[in-house]
Design a protein around this ligand. Structure first.
Ligand code: 9UX
Length: 72
């Protein structure tokens, strides 16, 4: 099973920032695909929920130096 998770990402000011977040998310065990949109400040992550949780996705964004923001 693959699920899709969308989360806001704050603190990105240039394209290298979004590339960093994308790389950090892509490296996580259980991520199938990660893309980060600088303009909308959102990350879209296709992931295996048996392996990875949205909390861990948020933590990876934080560890990379950016600010995960739950979308309502
Ligand atoms: Mo761009 Mo982001 O010069 O931390 S990489 S601002």
């Amino acid at each position: 099973v693959v699920e899709e998770h969308e989360v806001g990402v704050g603190g990105m000011t240039c394209a290298s920032c979004s590339a960093r977040v994308e790389r950090a998310l892509s490296k996580l065990h259980g991520v199938v695909q990660a893309s980060v949109n600088l303009a909308t400040e959102r990350a879209t992550v296709r992931y295996l929920p048996a392996t990875l949780s949205p909390d861990e996705i948020a933590r990876a964004i934080d560890d990379a130096g950016y600010e995960p923001r739950p979308l309502t």
